[in-house]
Design a protein around this ligand. Structure first.
Ligand code: TGC
Ligand code: FAD
Length: 389
């Protein structure tokens, strides 16, 4: 008999325009042709050819694709989300590269930077010629960035930055780092060319998650910067948190891509694997698992599209982004683990993408606000009480 995908079952394509579908399909083809053939090897070796990939992703137009001007594609937020979903269907590390470049580093410069910052960095970052990173987290302050110790003090007209940032995606390969630091005037953002004296970025090794992604520490050892390095339009923690809304939005869609890839793999596998003399897919227990996963994946995509439409109308609020980030990542990781059971022992190898996605999603669950932080944001919206402290 005929089979249907989750997208067909939920008639998801009826909710997007022809243009959105075309761009999504272009990104899907790129990911299938250029990244999927190599990704398991990169993951196993713990490497990613970031520079080469960034140029290709720049050529594709997905770096800062929802920003206007300065060489950016100026697409809708929903289109950007659909692109994130297709990239993360191959690996969360690829979507991370795009998130950090476009939604964190480029967005910070686009939203809060001076005209000089924008001219200097955005066109080359959109093209993937220059790479950016975003330094907010510190060794002792992840969920609570308000406690950050990195500081910037004045020396004449200059700024001197001192401190350490931790777990910074693309930190050791970046040309420019957007660094958040405490000043006498509250938290401010700085645009730091990574060849500035006193800046170093040792890579973090031995990760068992997001292995096809570069993660580093940023060490700022009295980094001297001109007065013009400060982002003029960002004041206080709302600056970096405003960037997080953008990257979290990409994850709302992206994580569901990883889930889709796991589910498609599990359905395929269950149809060809015979147990007790018939296909695994023909057992009721398997079908119950598949049906429940399809339901969560489809519901997640409906929520993601709803949030995308709200964002395109400039109506999306941070607590609504939290609803999507919490739901997509939590359900994606549950789906990845359930699919792993369907693959049996084969599920633990890199022959199939499932355990790679499951491991990656452990990072996705933690970064851009842990699940607990998003529960607390939603809890605060529902009750009016802040339970963070
Ligand atoms: P709170 O007192 O609530 O707020 C401080 C100021 O910020 C404003 N604000 C926001 N503004 C924009 N968007 C948001 N989502 C905002 N949330 C709060 C707020 O209005 C206030 O403004 P103002 O003008 O009154 O000063 O702050 P809090 O210290 O209580 O913290 C709230 C909390 C816990 C939700 C926040 O700190 C938080 O989100 N923590 C999680 C940290 C996090 O997500 N870090 C991510 C680091 S980047 C990363 O992980 C990249 S991974 C990339 C990849 O590889 O894909
Ligand atoms: P902690 O804040 O120490 O939290 C530990 C546990 O305590 C979590 O379960 C948390 O939910 C819980 N917890 C904390 N506070 C509370 C509370 N009030 N109530 C209940 N539970 C609580 N950061 C950047 O700035 N830039 C990047 O590019 C970047 N890339 C990353 C890439 C990877 C692969 C990873 C893993 C992380 C990255 N991060 C980045 C850091 C990430 O944002 C932080 O790891 C995350 O915010 C959580 O901080 P933490 O690890 O210090 O955990």
């Amino acid at each position: 008999t005929e089979t249907e995908t989750v997208a067909e079952l939920f008639a998801l394509d009826s909710l997007i325009s022809d243009e959105e579908r075309q761009i999504r399909d272009t990104v899907r083809r790129f990911a299938a042709d250029r990244i999927r053939p190599h990704i398991a090897d990169w993951f196993e070796a713990g490497v990613l050819p970031v520079r080469e990939l960034a140029r290709e992703l720049g050529g594709l137009g997905v770096l800062g694709m929802h920003l206007d001007g300065y060489g950016c594609a100026g697409m809708s937020a929903t289109t950007y989300g659909l692109a994130c979903l297709e990239l993360e269907a191959v690996d969360s590390g690829i979507r991370s590269l795009v998130s950090v470049q476009g939604s964190l580093a480029m967005f910070a410069i686009h939203r809060y930077g001076s005209e000089e910052h924008k001219q200097r960095w955005l066109p080359s970052m959109a093209a993937g010629e220059a790479l950016g990173c975003f330094g907010l987290t510190e060794p002792d302050f992840g969920s609570n960035p308000a406690g950050m110790r990195t500081n910037a003090r004045r020396d004449g007209d200059d700024w001197i930055l001192r401190g350490t940032k931790m777990w910074i995606t693309n930190g050791s390969v970046a040309d420019v780092a957007v660094v958040w630091a405490r000043t006498d005037d509250g938290v401010r953002g700085f645009v730091v060319p990574t060849d500035t004296a006193g800046f170093s970025a040792p890579e973090i090794k031995h990760k068992l998650s997001l292995r096809a992604s570069v993660t580093a520490e940023l060490v700022l050892d009295d980094v001297r910067l001109p007065a013009s390095a400060m982002l003029p339009e960002a004041r206080g923690l709302s600056g970096p948190l405003g960037c997080l809304n953008e990257a979290r939005f990409g994850i709302v869609f992206g994580a569901l891509g990883a889930a889709r890839d796991c589910l498609e793999t599990a359905i395929d596998y269950a149809q060809s694997r015979e147990v007790f003399d018939k296909p695994l897919a023909a057992f009721q227990l398997t079908q119950a698992k598949l049906a429940d996963m399809a339901l969560e994946l489809g519901k997640g995509q409906l929520l993601a599209l709803h949030l995308g439409r709200l964002k395109d109308r400039h109506e999306l609020r941070p607590e609504q982004v939290s609803l999507g980030k919490l739901n997509s990542v939590r359900e994606a990781i549950a789906i990845a683990r359930e699919c792993r059971t369907i693959l049996g022992a084969n599920g633990i190898t890199l022959e199939y993408p499932v355990i790679r996605h499951a491991n990656n999603l452990e990072s996705v669950l933690t970064y851009e606000g842990t699940s607990e932080m998003h529960q607390l944001v939603i809890g605060q919206a529902l009750t009016g009480s802040s339970a963070f402290r």
